[in-house]
Design a protein around this ligand. Structure first.
Ligand SMILES: [Zn+2]
Length: 484
């Protein structure tokens, strides 16, 4: 197949195409299981294969995709035809940032292929966890497992040839209960990075059992708790909510296509402008954020993006100052041209498509916060006079330009004079993005840092659901409005 693809690429180049690439998926499979109150409510398996072709002609993209590969001529011609038609209506001629031609392979670390594990074993795991969660106070129990495995062969007209084999595993346990006022409260555990590989072996019964017990205990504490007070406090965010704070108010805000207005019709824009790079004080000096696709074993590390650019570790916010964005080959050229200066040196290697039949767009990789020098969680608590510790995403609402936000969490513990006090229910906090990050007053050390997995980030039209990661420490923000 590789030889045929290269022949097609050469054929279109000879006909005038300036750039051509093909992403051939020999297979992509997915398996989802969900158990609800002891019953296997959902089990789905999908498998597909096909190829997507992009052609650049006179500054315009053409794309086509098919699962029928019996006529590569027709598939490549269709992409070229689409580019020719689009070239008649170009508003901003597309240019691609330079990159090296790479011949390489990437495989995500996986010991046991989850697609070779019998269904009965997966169901038995969910059943075992369901029984662990089936305790007093629990009204609903839910456990789910998601497995994905795909092979992608990328070939382009610049001499790149890259093969990727990627395996993903996601899993959640969740319990809910009803308090005296009839309000439902949930507590959940999501699989995060607990090992160096991510196959069936990451479904570790010991880790899941411990967390099943913990979420039942904490949910029952919430059911009996007093409401969260309405006032200003120091908010200490654990990784189970810190990842979402980072995702929504750093990650999405710094996608370069979004900054340039390409996501306005769907998820919104960004308060960040091209003039802000190098000068905007995004957060306090304690904040260093990065897009790091080089960390092993996370969904945000994939070896090479769908432009064929190698994974990178790029600083986005350096000691509080905005210095970088989430970028791909096309958008960096457009941003530099529109800003009339070289803001971006080249592609950040973040362009990804969620299927062979979608075009790659800029996606978060692992959008991380560096661990800090304010010690362990205990140290941070000890140094907090009037605070609240929050964990677990419950609801979120974010301005379409990511300029402000409101989050509710599953659980919170009040902190008074350096000591953890009672649990409170219905905890919420809100803020304005830049002011909030500037109130960052403590960043936990490596012991508080956790790599969280995200399996459901949505972006693009048609919508593309993407997998990624957030490595985040415990962080404390001062004078934050809570409880409303
Ligand atoms: Zn998202």
């Amino acid at each position: 197949m590789q030889r045929e693809i290269k022949q097609q690429i050469e054929r279109l180049q000879a006909a005038g195409a300036t750039y051509v690439d093909a992403r051939w998926y020999p297979f992509e499979e997915a398996n989802f299981l969900m158990m609800w109150n002891g019953n296997l409510k959902n089990t789905t398996s999908t498998r597909e294969s096909g190829m997507g072709v992009r052609v650049l002609y006179k500054g315009a993209w053409g794309f086509s995709a098919s699962s029928d590969l019996s006529s590569l001529n027709a598939l490549f011609d269709k992409a070229f035809d689409n580019a020719r038609i689009a070239a008649e209506r170009v508003t901003f001629p597309i240019r691609l940032a330079e990159k090296d031609a790479i011949q390489a392979a990437f495989e995500s670390p996986c010991k046991i292929n989850p697609f070779e594990v019998p269904l009965a074993e997966k169901v038995a795991f969910l059943k075992e966890m369901d029984e662990k969660m089936n305790q007093a106070g629990v009204f609903q129990r839910r456990g789910d497992l998601t497995f994905m495995r795909k092979k992608i062969v990328f070939i382009d007209s610049e001499g790149s040839e890259i093969e990727k084999l990627i395996t993903e595993v996601f899993a959640t346990l969740e319990v809910s209960g009803v308090d005296e006022q009839g309000v439902t409260h949930e507590r959940k555990f999501r699989l995060n990075k607990t090992a160096d590989t991510r196959g069936w072996e990451s479904i570790d019964r010991r880790i899941f059992s411990e967390n099943a017990e913990r979420i039942v205990k904490e949910m029952n504490e919430v059911l009996k708790a007093e409401p969260c007070p309405k006032e200003d406090r120091s908010v200490i965010l654990l990784p189970g909510i810190m990842f979402l704070q980072t995702h929504e108010t750093i990650g999405h805000a710094l996608e370069l296509d979004r900054i340039l207005g390409y996501e306005l019709a769907f998820a919104g824009g960004s308060f960040v402008t091209l003039d802000d790079f190098g000068s905007l004080r995004y957060g306090s000096e304690k904040l260093t954020a990065r897009a790091d696709a080089t960390l092993p074993n996370t969904p945000g590390s994939f070896g090479f993006d769908d432009d064929g650019v190698p994974a990178q570790n790029n600083v986005l916010i350096d000691k509080g100052i905005l210095v970088g964005a989430i970028t791909g080959r096309q958008m960096v050229e457009e941003a530099n041209a529109k800003a009339r200066k070289q803001i971006f040196q080249g592609s950040g290697g973040t362009n990804r498509a969620n299927a062979f039949y979608r075009v790659p767009i800029e996606r978060m990789t692992n959008i991380n916060i560096d661990p800090g020098s304010d010690g362990t969680l205990e140290d941070i608590i000890k140094n907090t006079e009037k605070g609240i510790i929050m964990d677990g995403d419950r609801s979120w609402s974010i301005g379409s330009n990511r300029e402000q936000f409101h989050f509710a969490t599953e659980i919170a513990w009040l902190v008074e004079d350096g000591q953890v006090k009672q649990v409170v229910k219905n905890p919420t906090y809100k803020g304005a993005t830049v002011k909030f990050w500037n109130s960052l007053s403590a960043v936990g050390d490596q012991s508080t840092w956790q790599m969280q997995y995200v399996d459901n980030c949505g972006k693009g039209q048609p919508n593309q659901i993407m997998q990624l990661g957030h490595g985040v420490p415990v962080c404390r923000f001062d004078q934050v409005r809570i409880g409303e």
